[in-house]
Design a protein around this ligand. Sequence first.
Ligand SMILES: [Zn+2]
Ligand SMILES: [Zn+2]
Length: 233
Amino acid sequence: MRPSSTLRALAREKPPPAGAVPGAGAGAAVDPVAVLRGFTGGVRPQLAPGEQCEMCAVPIGPVHPHVADVPDHRLLCTCRPCYLLFDVEAASRGHYRAVPENYRYDVNFAMTPAQWESLGIPVDLAFLFHQTDQGRHVAFYPSPGGATESLLDLASWAEVVAADPLLVGLVPDVEAVLLRRLPSGFVCYLVPIDACYELVGLVRQYWEGFAGGEEVWQQIDAFFAGVAEKCRG
Ligand SMILES: [Zn+2]
Ligand SMILES: [Zn+2]
């Protein structure tokens, strides 16, 4: 296992301690990109990530869309007018791709325990997406060190995707399959890739010891409750 270059740019810095991010309390709007990049502190020549549009530099609030820089494997915080420049099918094939904002629950998701085991994910959380420049699916899990990639062969995941029309339709690089394994079975959501970064940020910030501790799992439960809510809305 190694930290992926996909997420390294976003996850390389420790997030600030709880309370250091404006609006980082439970239920408040948090910008996952800003949290994962961390803040440099001290006097800054410009606004921190998440405070200004990274394309045109206008100030933006904590709730804003993201545009993926696909070859560079990173997300840009943007204002809505810049986001909309790339929010069309024609533009989505280029260097920049708008991160969709819709959340879906996959009621027909089916995966066997053996297929899950073959992913080599050591926690009960994973997100998978199709990475264009590698021409294949990639699988990550949140860990105290950030997003970690499973380097196992994902042939069985390709079988799962092929059998599920909803998964086949996922937009490469910017939409992900978010999986949680529960005693009752798997829960599967189709989410914007920045939602996965938000989960990675929570785990980095709150994970303690071997099993994570009570607080991180409360945060994870709250995160999934929010995802479920967005699927209904
Ligand atoms: Zn802009
Ligand atoms: Zn952002």
